[in-house]
Unconditional design. Structure first.
Length: 208
């Protein structure tokens, strides 16, 4: 089947589908779109449309081959190879992410930890030595880093973004509670826990 360009909204759902598929018991071979939709919390029609962008169509009355579907999603998400990651900002959140074992399971390798606090530089976190932020540029090139994670205070996030972009990083995940500006060609994803909590309080307030 011919694959079509995958819309951004579909890309955001593909990791959810993959996690759902991986949650099925070992040995299970097939799943229908409606079964997958129920686990993922979306409509079956949306599942079918999203997967059609991958050139994948289930068989009526039979469903999708689970292993094949997982492979197709991993291929689309670029999860068939390892990706080197650096974390800048080694406070509580940075340390927690550095110690998170789930990165390796998803083909992400944390290969560098950076901070501009002299007290933190030289300390060890999960087998890695915290380095000075001044060493970021050379480390990105030498270790073939693909993704940068920002866990600094808000006031430092823009400077770190500029340094990451200058070092050649084109993918940044920002945990700092601020909006950052990146040059054209640099993809930034923002994770704002406070914003997500405020969305939850909206629904709590509406429900009385």
């Amino acid at each position: 089947m011919v694959k079509r360009p995958v819309p951004r909204v579909t890309v955001q759902r593909l990791p959810v589908y993959l996690r759902c598929l991986e949650s099925f018991p070992a040995g299970r071979q097939r799943v229908s779109s409606d079964e997958l939709a129920e686990v993922a919390g979306v409509l079956g029609a949306k599942i079918r449309k999203d997967l059609s962008y991958l050139g994948t169509h289930g068989t009526r009355g039979v469903g999708y081959d689970i292993e094949h579907l997982k492979h197709e999603i991993r291929m689309e998400l670029g999860l068939t190879r390892d990706w080197a990651v650096v974390i800048v900002g080694i406070g509580n959140l940075g340390r927690a992410l550095a110690n998170y074992g789930g990165f390796g399971e998803r083909r992400f390798r944390v290969v560098g930890l950076f901070d501009n606090d002299p007290v933190k530089v030289g300390t060890r976190v999960d087998g890695l030595t915290v380095e000075s932020l001044e060493a970021l540029g050379s480390a990105v090139a030498a270790r073939k880093v693909s993704i940068g994670i920002i866990t600094t205070p808000a006031q430092a996030a823009q400077e770190v973004t500029d340094e990451m972009a200058a070092a050649g990083l084109r993918s940044i995940l920002n945990f700092a509670p601020t909006v950052i500006r990146a040059p054209e060609g640099v993809e930034v994803r923002r994770v704002d826990l406070a914003t997500e909590l405020q969305v939850l309080t909206f629904y709590l307030a509406k429900s009385g």
